[in-house]
Design a protein around this ligand. Structure first.
Ligand code: PTT
Ligand code: SF4
Length: 612
């Protein structure tokens, strides 16, 4: 079978045993890899209702057919588990040498089960699997852990690790790799921590099976050069992702003051130009010439890798308009292994709850020093306050009560990314129907919406575009496993990806074949949610209430007085369901599931909620 190793490594931390499971070409073609493998394995193997932080949950790292092959931006791995943030399916995607090393070790995916008795490093070297003690690393930050591993296994080793946040089961703890990469927003680091798994180290020596290695080598190298040229000419990497901050401020889409405001006169102080001026180094994932990781050094000499989402949620949304201080907060999240986005949004929620009188406290918007202290308390789960903040904004709101849930900025329990959709219906829909909670990765429809359609519209063209983008971003790039930035930021043609896929596998797929797999994975994930939440309904696909609230409108600027409207949003949601072939509850119909070759999965899910 070209393109796949046909092997999944299964490791049990409780029994310290491992085995290799094979899979056949039918499985490979049906699920392809990455998110496809993860969703299918978790659906098949997790009993409904298992505790995401219990030993029954499984942690998965999965790559896809083009992952790790020298071609544009193929150094990514999907990490997945049942999410401690949402209780549903969760995953993330990060740049790491694990991608190539796992493939070279002879596996397309790793499944980690059980819970180790003592803190453990899982070492995988081809067929050898070892469970090494990590007691001396437990309690250490992600940077020190990474250095310790590099010192023993070399910088070429693939490493996934967690900081203290993961160890202490902070629900939004993330997985870290390389110098600055982080992935698995819905608590994938906490799942590693719950298994007492401090790090995974992978080294492999075998060739990656390919139908035509010479053709792929030439194609990959040529295209890496071309992408590099386009990037140089476009200048995208000068500001990288943070180029978007000034635009969000201009179009009233920036989160400010826990999403109460949409723009701010001080925003320029943390924009892409300022970030580039402060740059001390540039990092990238393996097999990437775009190298979008910009780091700055804070006043304590600590280097942090900054992206727009980090700056939007640790900066403007907290009203910290000092890049140095945002850098410090970013560094702490990285070292503790906390998701910058949920951490920032949870602190903003807390400041808002104090400001509105729902809870007593001494934290105010703009207070970066106290924010650092609060991150520490959350990461170490110190005291009542640390424990409250470690739960994320939805659970914190439920504890605080007094109506605060309305301004906990989350969907399905995962905090909203840095786009303030008070009056951006299509992007609000994208957050609502994202299969892992309010992540922008699935469908970043905002630029299409604001540049090519009317902001006012709730028309089917927006639902159609959300689906089109989901198929590409949450589908193709997550199952083939490759970074989407060449396509989204440089206009690198989407048709290149079936070309890579076909050259590696020897198959003859078109983009339509890719969209079918994407739709299958989305439907599969919906069934996962149904099983966990049998009373699921369309309300699960709604964005936060405050975006609909007339009392929360901007009083000046481009969207003064405007807010989302429930009935129109509901209609837009219905357009989305209709195009996808989902019913009024937001579940794929039996006919849709049949069309997607999900009959067996439908039968397994049906008893949980009566599919139509
Ligand atoms: C991603 C999420 C993002 S998305 C950002 S910034 W972004 C935040 N980065 C964090 C960080 O840094 N440190 C930290 N402690 N927490 C962080 N949380 C946030 O995590 C990332 C890039 C980026 S930068 C984006 S958009 C693209 N995302 C891709 C994706 O999701 N899939 C894909 N096939 N390609 C992608 N390319 C881009 O990768 P999550 P990375 Mg991350 C310091 O995983 O859970 O989706 O969270 O992977 O290797 O760091 O690259 O403006
Ligand atoms: Fe990694 Fe950025 Fe390159 Fe994508 S563009 S592969 S996120 S360095």
């Amino acid at each position: 079978m070209n393109g796949w190793t046909g092997r999944i490594l299964r490791v049990n931390l409780t029994t310290k045993k491992s085995r290799v499971d094979g899979f056949d070409e039918a499985f490979a073609r049906k699920w392809v890899g990455g998110r496809g493998f993860a969703a299918k394995i978790l659906f098949d193997e997790l009993k409904p209702g298992v505790d995401p932080l219990g030993p029954e949950n499984k942690f998965i790292a999965a790559v896809g057919p083009i992952a790790g092959i020298p071609a544009p931006n193929t150094g990514k791995t999907v990490v997945a588990a049942k999410s401690p943030m949402t209780g549903g399916y969760g995953d993330g995607n990060l740049g790491t040498r694990v991608t190539e090393q796992l493939r070279k070790a002879g596996y397309d995916a790793l499944i980690v089960e059980g819970r180790a008795e003592r803190p453990t490093i899982l070492l995988i070297e081809d067929d050898k699997v070892e469970f090494l003690p990590a007691d001396e690393l437990w309690g250490k930050g992600s940077y020190a852990t990474n250095d310790w591993i590099y010192a023993r296994y070399g910088r070429g080793a693939g490493v996934l690790n967690i900081g203290q946040g993961g160890e202490n089961l902070v629900r939004y703890a993330i997985v870290r790799s390389l110098e600055g990469r982080a992935g698995g927003r819905p608590g994938m680091g906490a799942v590693m921590g719950s298994k007492r798994l401090k790090a995974i180290v992978v080294k492999g020596t075998r060739p990656i099976p390919q139908a035509d290695p010479a053709a792929m080598k030439k194609l990959g190298q040529d295209d890496l050069r071309k992408v590099h040229e386009i990037d140089k000419q476009s200048g995208w990497s000068i500001q990288s992702t943070n180029g978007v901050l000034a635009w969000c401020n201009e179009v009233a889409a920036l989160p400010v003051r826990n999403f109460r405001l949409t723009h701010h006169p001080e925003a320029w102080r943390i924009d892409g130009e300022r970030l580039n001026e402060a740059r001390v180094a540039t990092y990238g994932c393996p097999n990437c010439t775009m190298r979008c990781g910009i780091t700055i050094r804070d006043h304590e000499g600590r280097e942090a890798e900054m992206d727009y989402e980090n700056i939007g949620l640790l900066g403007s949304n907290l009203e910290v308009f000092d890049l140095d201080q945002v850098g410090s907060l970013n560094y702490l999240c990285d070292d503790y292994g906390l998701d910058t986005m949920s951490a920032g949004a949870t602190l903003s929620f807390y400041a808002d709850a104090i400001d509105r009188g729902a809870v007593a406290g001494d934290f105010k918007f703009g207070d970066a020093e106290r924010a650092k202290e609060l991150l520490r308390l959350a990461a170490l789960r110190q005291g009542d306050l640390g424990n409250l903040l470690a739960e994320g904004s939805l659970r914190a709101a439920r504890r605080i009560g007094r109506g605060s849930e309305a301004y906990a900025m989350q969907v399905k329990g995962l905090e909203v990314a840095a786009y303030n959709c008070k009056f951006i219906p299509g992007m609000a829909l994208a957050f609502g129907v994202s299969p892992i909670g309010a992540h922008h990765k699935e469908s970043w429809v905002i630029t299409f919406e604001l540049k090519q359609t009317s902001r006012e519209s709730y028309g089917p063209e927006k639902a159609q575009k959300v689906i089109e983008l989901q198929r590409i971003r949450g589908g193709l790039f997550e199952f083939i496993v490759s970074c989407r930035f060449p396509w989204i930021e440089l206009g690198w043609g989407i048709e290149n990806y079936p070309k890579y896929f076909n050259t590696i596998t020897g198959l003859d797929w078109t983009l339509d074949d890719m969209w079918r797999v994407a739709d299958r994975i989305y439907a599969m994930i919906k069934l996962f949610w149904l099983r966990e939440f049998p009373d699921t309904n369309r309300r699960l696909d709604y964005p936060p209430d405050v975006w609909f609230d007339p009392a929360n409108v901007d009083t000046e600027g481009p969207i003064a007085g405007r807010h989302l409207e429930y009935d129109k949003y509901d209609q837009l949601l219905q357009h989305y369901y209709d195009i996808r072939g989902y019913d009024r509850r937001g579940l794929p119909t039996k006919a849709t599931l049949g069309r997607l070759d999900l009959g067996a999965e439908a039968a397994a899910a049906e008893k949980f909620g009566g599919l139509t």
